[in-house]
Design a protein around this ligand. Structure first.
Ligand SMILES: C[C@H](Cc1ccc(C(C)(C)C)cc1)[C@H](NN)c1nnnn1Cc1ccc2c(c1)OCO2
Length: 331
């Protein structure tokens, strides 16, 4: 089996996140979810979510699904690195993405969500595509959609082809050769504690020289920006006149009129180049001449994150084989 589903940017002005249509239950209920290789809970806004915390999101109503089954005695609660979070109960039901169906997928129904989720009306939940060890369901952890689907897929892989301010795709079970150029470079993945963690071989700013330095980080489809070591990020923003690391705005800001240099990162003996335009993330407020950078320091996070700003410059293969690996190709 194999399938393909769109990755739709939530806000055409800037790619804060990408959502993908899924159907849950019988008859099928459609929701748009944020596929997240950096977490492992599949949770949705639901008929159980506090009404005051729902603002326009589509919801999953298990009581309207003839195939929904309560997973009695199970609860979940997740806190994301940006401080947001959600919690609730668990059902199993049919879950379909791009034509691939898992018949008894654990679907975590939210009873409560934090304000940042309430205010994102276009995101109706998350689909964790990290390793199932990170799943927060208690007392028994549940498997991700990918772990459940793997055995029925032609190949135990999914790929991410995210695009700058345009619709991209997630493919399941196959590698679409038309989506990339040259070769795919595969790297080993550190699966502990459960992220797609890999080590980049270095970086270059613009057409400057390449700095051979190992940078270990996670490939995270649900993090908008890219967070790298301070030394790397400082050497990038030093090339941009007027760029400052603003305490007030919580990161590097710069004059929107700047022509930003590209950022190249090594993947084995190959490399991926992020165009400068992708690193001009957004105006700090509508109409402001000051813009917020898409490349920020990871010093406060304790982990380096290759988020959408980096991922959308590449075709990425998440290989769930034994052992798991991650593949990168230019496109
Ligand atoms: C933040 C997302 C999870 C999320 C996604 C979307 C949303 C909104 C819908 C409300 C927009 C909130 C949350 C990420 N997913 N793996 C994540 N989950 N746990 N850690 N990370 C990565 C990280 C960690 C720390 C950080 C960060 C990022 O940005 C700023 O500081």
């Amino acid at each position: 089996e194999k399938g393909s589903a769109p990755a739709i940017p939530v806000d055409p002005r800037f790619d804060i996140a990408y959502v993908t249509p899924v159907t849950i239950g019988t008859p099928p209920q459609t929701l748009y979810l944020d596929f997240d290789t950096g977490s492992s809970d599949l949770w949705v806004f639901s008929s159980h979510t506090l009404a005051s915390q729902v603002r326009g999101q589509m919801i999953y109503s298990p009581e309207k699904s003839t195939t929904a089954k309560l997973l009695a005695g199970h609860t979940w609660s997740i806190r994301y690195g940006d401080g947001s979070g959600s919690l609730g109960n668990v059902y199993t039901d049919n879950f379909t993405v791009g034509g691939v169906t898992v018949t008894s997928q654990a679907v975590q129904t939210a009873q409560q969500v934090s304000t940042s989720f309430t205010s994102e009306s276009d995101i109706h939940g998350l689909v964790g595509l990290g390793f199932s060890t990170l799943n927060t369901v208690y007392p028994n952890g549940q498997l991700t959609f990918f772990d459940n689907a793997k055995s029925q897929l032609d190949s135990p892989v999914f790929t991410a082809d995210l695009k700058w301010k345009k619709e991209g795709t997630y493919d399941f079970g196959f590698i679409d050769e038309t989506k990339y150029t040259g070769e795919i470079t595969y790297l080993p993945v550190q699966t502990d504690p459960g992220y797609w963690t890999f080590t980049s071989s270095g970086y270059a700013v613009g057409d400057g020289s390449f700095n051979q330095v190992s940078i270990s980080g996670i490939a995270d489809t649900a993090t908008s920006l890219t967070y790298l070591p301070t030394a790397v990020v400082t050497s990038y923003w030093r090339q941009v006149e007027g760029a400052v690391n603003s305490q007030y705005y919580g990161g590097y800001v710069f004059p929107c009129s700047s022509k930003l240099p590209s950022f190249t990162f090594g993947v084995g003996s190959a490399n991926i180049t992020i165009p400068g335009s992708y690193i001009n993330y957004a105006q700090i407020t509508e109409g402001s001449p000051t813009c917020f950078g898409g490349l920020q320091s990871s010093s406060g996070l304790g982990i380096n994150i290759w988020g959408d700003v980096a991922l959308k410059a590449a075709f990425v293969v998440f290989n769930g084989g034994n052992p798991p690996t991650i593949g990168w190709a230019r496109k």
